[in-house]
Structures are given as C-alpha cells and as structure tokens.
Design a protein around this ligand. Structure first.
Ligand code: PLP
Length: 382
C-alpha cells in the first residue's frame, strides 16, 4: 500500500479477525474482561487508555501524514491543548500566526498564558517577523504554530522555510493542517514536528462529528501526548472515531472535488458586481500562489471575498444564499457561508487577529459547481 487513496481506505482497517466483517465493529465498551488479574486478552484494560476503534483511526491518521504516532481527541481544541501542554512549560514562548483559528488564539491566550506561557503573534508569511519573534528561544522553550491557510486573506506560510527557521531558533514547528487535510499537504514531510487537526472538518467530511487529532514526527513527544490523552482523558468516543474513519475513506475524492469547485467559484467571483477582492491561493495573482503550488497538491475548498459595499453588503450577501448554508464550521460535503467577524472569529475582535467586517468566508462543498456559482450570483444581485 503506497498511494494515499489506497492507504486512506485500508490503513488500520483490517477485516475483523473473529467474524470476517469487512468493516471492523465499533467497540462501544468502556472496559475489557481480564483472564486473571492484570492478564488482558488483547492488551486493552479500560477505554480511556485504549480502544480498538480509536486505535484504528489513530493508525490511519499516523499513516496518512507519515508520523510515528497519532492521537485522536474529543475536539480539535482538545488536541491542540494536549500537544501544547505536552511540550510547553511555564515560561515557554508560543509564536502564533496572526490569523489562526480564533479558538486557537483563545486557548493559548486565556488558558496557557495565565499558566505562565508567553504568546507572541506574528504574520507567518513574514520571515523577518518570525525570526524576530524567535529571538532568545532555546529548544526547551519554543513552539511555532500556524495554519498556513488564513481566514483574513489566505496568506500562505512556507512550511519548509518555517521549519528551518524554527529549528535554527530552537523551536518546534506545529502546523494546523485542518484546511488542507493530509491529502493536499503533508507538513511532516516538509520538516514540521507536529500536525494538528480539527477532524470535525475535511477528515470527518460530513458535518456530523466533532473531533481532533495530533500527528507527531518524534517518539518522545508522541509519548508525552499519549500520556496526556490518557491522563487528562479528552479522548474521542468509539462512535466518533468510527464516523471519522468512515469519512477519511473518501477524503481523496472529496478534496479533489472541493478544490475543483472552489477554483470555479473563485474564478467566477473575480470581477463580479459588488465583489472587491477574492482571496484564493489557486488564483495566479494570489501572493501565496507559488508557495501553495509548491507545497500543496491543489488549493483546497476554502476562500474569502471582500464586498465593495462593506459590512452591510457582506452581511446581506451571507444571508442571501440558497445552496450555501449560513453556518459556522467548514469542510463538509455541503457548501457553507460565514461572516467571520461575528461568527468563527468573534472571539478575536479587538485583537490583532480581528477579521475585517467586509469579509465573507466560503467553505465550498462537493455539489454541482454550476449551481454554486449561480447561487452566489443571485445572492450578489440582492
Ligand atoms: C483551522 C481550525 N483549527 C482548529 C479548530 C478547532 O477545532 P474544533 O472545533 O474541532 O475544536 C477549528 C474549528 O473551527 C479550525 O477551523
């Protein structure tokens, strides 16, 4: 099994040994019978510590990103929290991209900073700013995190360049690869130390499960995250792990369609009446186009646009679509439209992560591209 699409269907998903069931059963048990005290039949003792359905998903996730191990959690933020607490100690510094998911900023700013961590926010596509933010870091106290796809303007960060810079500055590079998914982009192969996901999005793919994951390149860090998964207990449930595994089987085909549809939508919006700018890295004039083309298989399903009528027009547009559903989140088969400054990024209003109020965000689904373009056109005329 060498190619991604094959591994996405089979890794960690052997038919059930006992019955031959092609789809391994969902192990909805909290505990496991012991044949004598401490004599476990298959190594499983209690489901917070280990569960075959969760293990199947974790094997699959580690395989797809080329990591030494992966751990799945109850949400993307639980995964980020476990990774950061596994690595950081009070006094450590987190250098964060200035347009990460608002909840990631809130997690570090309101949970880890009060615990003694320093937070420095920079533009991850500005090499000098990142170098400056790393000054004085040592291997013990650095971490760089960034989602290379950003809601505000979709600046693209060069992962290989950041890894080099981070490692030279004594930092660990963590990439939130949620928007790209492992099908479009493989941060560990570009030098990142860890990848985090909200599996709620493209990996689950159907807007029916909340979850998160961490994939690691290093055994020691993997052990520390494994301990926190068990010790703090923010595990994914067997049913959530099953739904995520089922979603991943079609990840490759879905991502191809998301990218193709988003490209068609982006091109249709350029120059459309009422549209000021379209931010999509698949457009040749996007400032991050070349870096994205170098490190991604295609450009993904997320894009933003600004409206020339400002906030009022942006809100009216977001409330006027019929195929695109007005909702938080992204990455499902259905197209969603959002108004970040009052929805996904409301928690960062008034900070340097604030999203301008003329911006509308689209999560382009796998519906018919012509229907999507027509829907946006009719909403623009309103
Ligand atoms: C890029 C990104 N990372 C992390 C998260 C957090 O994930 P979750 O909502 O599963 O906790 C989100 C949620 O929207 C996200 O968009």
């Amino acid at each position: 099994m060498t190619e991604f699409s094959t591994r996405a269907v089979h890794a960690g998903q052997e038919p059930d040994a006992g019955t031959g069931a092609v789809i391994p059963p969902i192990h909805v048990t909290s505990t496991y019978a012991q044949d004598g005290i401490g004599n476990m039949r298959a190594g499983y003792e209690y489901s917070r510590g280990g569960n075959p359905t969760r293990d199947g998903l974790q094997t699959l996730l580690a395989d797809l990103d080329g990591g030494v191990a992966a751990y799945s959690f109850a949400s993307g933020l639980a995964a980020e929290d476990a990774l950061l607490r596994a690595y950081l100690e009070p006094g450590a510094r987190v250098v964060m991209g200035n347009d990460v998911y608002g909840g990631t900023h809130r997690l570090v700013n309101r949970v880890h900073v009060p615990w003694g961590v320093q937070l420095v926010v920079v533009d991850m596509s500005d090499v000098d700013a990142v170098r400056g933010a790393l000054e004085g870091c040592s291997r013990e106290d650095g971490a760089v995190g960034g989602d290379p796809r950003r809601t505000r303007s979709w600046k693209i960060a060069d992962i290989a360049g950041l890894a080099e810079l981070g490692h030279a500055g004594g930092a660990l590079l963590v990439v939130d690869n949620t928007f790209a998914s492992p099908y479009l982009q493989q941060p560990l192969s570009l030098g990142a130390d860890a990848v985090v996901y909200s599996t709620t999005k493209y990996l689950g793919g159907h807007s029916d499960v909340v979850g998160g994951a961490v994939v690691l390149a290093d055994e020691a860090l993997a052990e520390a995250v494994a301990f926190l998964q068990f010790g703090a207990g923010a595990i994914s449930s067997p049913f959530d792990a099953f739904l995520t595994t089922r979603g991943i089987k079609t990840l490759a085909v879905r991502m191809e369609r998301h990218s193709a549809n988003a490209q068609a939508v982006a091109e249709s919006l350029v120059g459309a009446p009422g549209v000021e700018r379209v931010f999509y890295p698949g457009l040749a004039d996007h400032p991050g186009h070349e870096v994205a083309a170098k490190q991604m298989r295609s450009f993904g399903g997320m894009l933003s646009l600004s409206l020339s009528g400002g906030a009022a027009a942006a809100k009216r547009f977001a409330e006027s679509t019929e195929v695109f559903t007005l909702a938080e989140s992204l990455g499902g088969v259905e197209s969603l439209i959002g108004y970040p400054s009052e929805m996904t990024h409301a928690s960062v209003r008034g900070t340097e992560l604030e999203v301008p109020d003329d911006i509308v965000r689209l999560s382009v689904g796998i519906e018919d591209a012509g229907d999507l373009v027509a829907d946006l056109r009719q909403a623009l005329t309103r």
